[in-house]
Design a protein around this ligand. Structure first.
Ligand code: TPW
Ligand code: MG
Length: 545
């Protein structure tokens, strides 16, 4: 049965497995190790790191990646990263070892057990879109096929539990299921109404979100945007989409936290078509004006809402193809094409003895990418993520909606494994204290990321909301020295000149991971974070104050 599952993972486009074994999972890990030529196995130090790495790899692939752990202590350690993958629509396949069917029936309380033996399954039902317990090898092939199709079609995590005494049971091969069916007439009716509304509107706008990336639809959406000739904005989570296309991109929409000219284009539209957009507070919670639902069309989660009309079971790709058919042959009206008004990222760091501000880090990284080539970026939650908004276009994975800390370093390792490229990791000191230690696994896995730590010795984002709190003061940890102990090379920098030199040296050394510990004065925050905090405070101000 293990062989059938591994073959099915490969058949469904899985490229690697991240894992941390335990006794309930050892039989399955033996098969993983025997099949490492087809499905490389990367072990990490702690299950949160396993989950974050698999999430980032899945985002990179635009398809499933695997997080394989033991039952109880292992799988429950990974709940937060999988919850984040669910919220941000990342197709992670969770595989957990489990007590054998026979031992489960002996009536003893088993080690790693919580309330009951199916407690873990119940917990994972809340953070995955489909689940299977492979306790019956006769049903296993159909169960595996159904769950892996759900993972791909919904672009959300799924859960597969493997009792350890069933791993070697005889089992038929898994036959992948055909795509779920949908009703062409419904898609056509929906596309007709969307097109009619766009042509009636005097200020139609396209807002592009994360599902466009997850389902690999960026090229088709860029073509649609160009043919329609409408201004295009991306959401916070969709940042970077269409940046290399001819689409008339105006920037990233972040409501009051973003650039006013982008906010005006989106919020003043009388025909706002949102493709693959999560209607979340991080996308809309700081909107200057509530976007008028009568003027909006939202396609997400395999459904479409056009004003107050709802079209269930309309896959995003089917809708986009139907819209492309309806504007086939249309060249975007030259006069109607919106010149791309993307902001100019900061560049030209002044390499002097001045202290380092977040905007200096963006400029230094933009300069580095200009001089060499852009690196894929993994960012953690914190001001590092807001600073990333000021960087030149490059693939970016970040917890922009679920907003968990701890994502950055493991995500960089996941990108290293998935892409074979060297990533840049941006992480705050607080988040590094959570999962930064996964850098100690780089040597055995052959990874050499460049990690920049925004070291303000503070939970600075929290301080911006609650300046009077003393608990936001963190101790200054010597991350550069700690990096040397973990097998990497560390640089402690306090001036802009040091920063420029350290980045050049780090880029030149691909032999091991590089950690640049950047001392940032407490209170120095990016312009984007400052706007975000101001907008949130304004939006949450009690009435009448
Ligand atoms: C797993 C988890 N636990 C707590 C929190 C809550 C939080 C959001 S931002 C923040 C401070 C981050 O400090 P860091 O030094 O990393 O970055 P910076 O603000 O730029 O100084 C906390 C504690 C979140 N989001 N996730
Ligand atoms: Mg900090």
């Amino acid at each position: 049965m293990a062989r059938a599952l591994i073959d099915a993972l490969v058949d469904h486009g899985v490229h690697e497995v991240f894992g941390l074994p335990g006794d309930f999972a050892l039989p399955f890990f033996r098969h993983l190790e025997q099949n490492a030529d087809r499905l490389p196995l990367y072990t990490l130090a702690h299950e949160p790191g396993v989950g974050f790495a698999a999430d980032a790899a899945a985002r990179w692939h635009g398809g499933p990646s695997v997080a394989c752990v033991t039952y109880g202590a292992g799988a429950l350690n990974m709940v937060n990263p999988i919850a984040g993958a669910f919220s941000e629509k990342s197709p992670v396949v969770v595989i957990s070892g489990a007590p054998g069917v026979d031992e489960a029936g002996r009536g003893l309380l088993l080690h790693h057990q919580v309330r009951t033996l199916d407690s873990q399954l119940r917990i994972y039902r809340e953070i995955t879109c489909d689940q299977a317990v492979l306790d019956d090898p006769h049903r296993a092939p159909a169960e595996i096929a159904r769950v892996l199709r759900s993972c791909r079609e919904q672009s959300r995590p799924v859960y597969i539990e493997v009792p350890r005494d069933r791993v070697d049971a005889p089992c038929e091969p898994v036959v992948p299921l055909p795509p779920s069916s949908w009703e062409p007439a419904a898609v056509n009716a929906c596309a007709d109404e969307v097109m009619a509304r766009l042509f009636e509107a005097s200020r139609p706008v396209l807002l592009v979100g994360v599902e466009v990336r997850r389902f690999g639809l960026e090229g088709r959406v860029a073509e649609l945007a160009s043919r329609l000739g409408m201004p295009v904005a991306t959401t916070f989570m969709g940042r970077g989409l269409l940046a290399e296309s001819a689409a008339p991109l105006v920037g990233t929409y972040m409501g009051l936290a973003g650039r006013p000219e982008v906010r005006a284009v989106v919020e003043e539209s009388d025909g706002l078509l949102m493709l693959g957009v999560l209607m979340s507070d991080t996308n809309f919670g700081v909107s200057g004006e509530r976007v008028d639902p009568r003027a909006t069309m939202v396609a997400a989660d395999r459904g479409v809402r056009v004003g107050f009309h709802v079209y269930p079971d309309v896959p995003l790709d089917a809708l986009i193809d139907a819209l492309l058919e309806r504007c086939a042959g249309r060249a975007a009206p030259a006069e109607g094409r919106v010149a791309s008004a993307l902001p100019v990222p900061p560049r030209g760091l002044v390499a002097d003895a001045a202290a380092i501000h977040p905007r200096d880090i963006a400029a230094a990284l933009n300069d580095l990418f200009d001089e060499t080539e852009p690196m894929p970026v993994a960012s953690d939650m914190g001001d590092c993520l807001f600073t990333a908004m000021d960087m030149v276009h490059t693939p970016l994975v970040a917890p922009g909606y679920y907003a968990t800390m701890g994502f950055g370093v493991p995500a960089g390792l996941g990108i290293s494994a998935a892409s074979g490229r060297r990533p840049l990791v941006m992480v705050g000191d607080g988040a590094f204290q959570m999962t930064g230690w996964e850098l100690g696994t780089c040597a055995r896995n052959g990874w050499a990321p460049i990690v920049v730590v925004f070291n303000n010795a503070s939970w600075e984002m929290l301080r911006t909301f609650q300046p009077e709190a003393g608990y936001n003061d963190l101790d200054v940890w010597p991350f550069a020295r700690l990096a040397e102990g973990l097998g990497g090379r560390g640089y402690a920098v306090t001036t802009r000149a040091d920063l420029k030199a350290a980045l050049a040296a780090a880029r030149a050394d691909e032999s091991r991971f590089q950690l640049i510990d950047i001392a940032i004065p407490r209170g120095a925050i990016s312009d984007t974070l400052a706007r975000f905090v101001g907008a949130i405070k304004g939006a949450n101000r009690p009435p009448g104050t």
